[in-house]
Design a protein around this ligand. Structure first.
Ligand code: GDP
Ligand code: IMO
Ligand code: MG
Length: 422
């Protein structure tokens, strides 16, 4: 049984919580793309665990967690995360496997990410400045350095020196101090020694797991609106977020996936630049941001918030064959007298589909809203759908009908246990 969890909006939908919950029964939990631009939060007994690279399933006893081929690794971040879980008594040699095909985020990638953002000035994209665009650019242009090379120290040093020589010439153009290879080597040496026992053949592991009918849980990062091909380019991330990214990023054939879960936050949030048709700028937005603690897990930036944008989510569902929905953070809408949902768009008085819009159209269009009466009750302790306030039930049912995909989980608080299963 293979399950995939993907974000259907602009990221931060609550994927970490859903993955942690589903991981209880999984044999393998796999990250297959992105890097530490992702920030997935799991809350267990009031304690918050933010994950950036290690799959969120690691807190559960059963699964082995895998950082698969498509993930890009920042040495500082991986070492830091490993230290956290080792301190908790988790034996990473038994629990974590890393693909040698993963590319490394090098110091010049982070400098270049920052330098490009600064150069864009008022047109900046709002990246996380973690070096994600530059590391994937190097991957596709054959200039990347992988864990594979890191496992052969002289080869790694040779490649690092060659790439740094070139990248320093570019950094000079941006007025950025050149990278000194010698000063950077110790952290890579430390990483190489630390992860050597955990680097291995993920392909064989997956093939064996598939033939033995084990449970594999694929943990998507970001959200479909940030997909490099189908998101609102250039306000996107560098990896492929959609279902097709699974084969590319993990070697697991997409055809083998049984369940594709789309995580849908009950409203919209977004960190970084780019159009957001349903964005709110009023007191309602401030209220949702504070109640929902909408601040970036990775960068701490306040998230932009708005009403649920169903045409965008439907596009994500169709694009990735999403066949199960997990709605999150519906508790945050409690107390609002009226809740709006975007059900279509108009541009220059005419209806327009999401798929017909680039970022310029999305900036100008007018959302068509449907209004719902709200509910006053606090719902975070409710355990069954029927006990939810009727107006809350109606809201969920409407989302389900619009998306033509069954809602199977309704999450009502950040805590592990606080989900209603349908
Ligand atoms: P991810 O990147 O998709 O994993 O999401 P983040 O962890 O970046 O952001 C989601 C935030 O919402 C985290 O702080 C979660 O703990 C929290 N969260 C997840 N589900 C719920 C929910 O149903 N209700 C509330 N109130 N918070 C939730
Ligand atoms: P999770 O997995 C929200 C956004 C950044 C920026 C754009 C490009 O926690 O949902 P990048 O650093 O990737 O080059 O930035 O993508 N972004 C995310 N926004 N959640 C994420 O991940 C994100 N990962 C990237 O804010 O707008
Ligand atoms: Mg996040």
């Amino acid at each position: 049984m293979i399950q995939l969890v993907i974000g259907s909006q602009w990221g931060d939908e609550g994927k970490g919580k859903i993955v942690d919950m589903m991981a209880e029964k999984s044999d393998l939990v796999v990250r297959f793309h992105g890097g530490n631009n992702a920030g997935h939060t799991v809350v267990v007994n009031g304690k918050k665990f933010p994950f950036h690279l290690i799959p969120s399933g690691i807190l559960q006893k059963k699964p082995v967690v895998v950082i698969a081929d498509g993930v890009v690794i920042d040495p500082d971040v991986l070492l830091e995360e490993m230290a956290i879980f080792e301190k908790m008594g988790i034996n990473l040699k038994k629990k974590l496997l890393i693909s040698p095909r993963c590319h490394l985020i090098m110091p010049y990638h982070k400098e270049l990410d920052q330098a490009y953002e600064n150069a864009r000035g008022k047109n900046k994209l709002g990246t996380t400045k973690r070096g994600i665009g530059p590391v994937y650019a190097d991957k596709v242009s054959y200039n990347g350095i992988r864990i594979y090379e890191l496992m052969n120290w002289p080869l790694f040093v040779e490649k690092f020196k060659f790439q740094t020589e070139i990248k320093n010439k570019i950094l000079v153009v941006f007025d950025v101090a050149p990278i000194k290879v010698e000063a950077c080597l110790p952290i890579f040496k430390k990483l190489a020694e630390k992860i050597r026992p955990m680097v291995g053949d993920t392909f064989s592991l997956f093939q064996k797991a598939i033939s033995q009918k084990k449970r594999i849980l694929l943990e998507g990062a970001h959200g479909v609106m940030l997909d490099n091909s189908f998101g609102l380019y250039p306000f996107v991330t560098a990896s492929n977020v959609i279902e097709g990214g699974v084969n590319i990023g993990s070697s697991i054939p997409s055809k083998r996936i049984d369940e594709i879960w789309g995580v849908v936050k009950a409203y919209t949030s977004r960190v970084g630049g780019g159009p957001l048709p349903t964005e709110l700028f009023d007191k309602t937005a401030d209220g949702i941001r504070e109640r929902g603690y909408e601040y970036g897990t990775t960068t701490g930036r306040p998230r932009r918030v708005g009403w649920l944008d169903l045409p965008a989510v439907k596009f994500a569902c169709q694009l990735s064959s999403i066949n199960r929905i997990a709605i999150t953070k519906i508790d945050i809408l409690s107390g609002l007298s009226q809740i709006k949902v975007c059900v279509g768009y108009k541009l220059s008085g005419k209806k327009i589909e999401f798929s017909q819009c680039g970022y310029q159209e999305l900036e100008k269009l007018t959302p068509i809203y449907k209004s719902f009466p709200g509910w006053k009750e606090e719902i975070s302790k409710i355990k069954s759908f029927k006990k939810l306030p009727v107006n809350c039930q109606k809201y969920i049912k409407f989302v389900e009908k619009y998306l033509e995909v069954k809602v199977k989980i309704v999450s009502v608080s950040p805590e592990r246990e606080a989900s209603i299963l349908l």
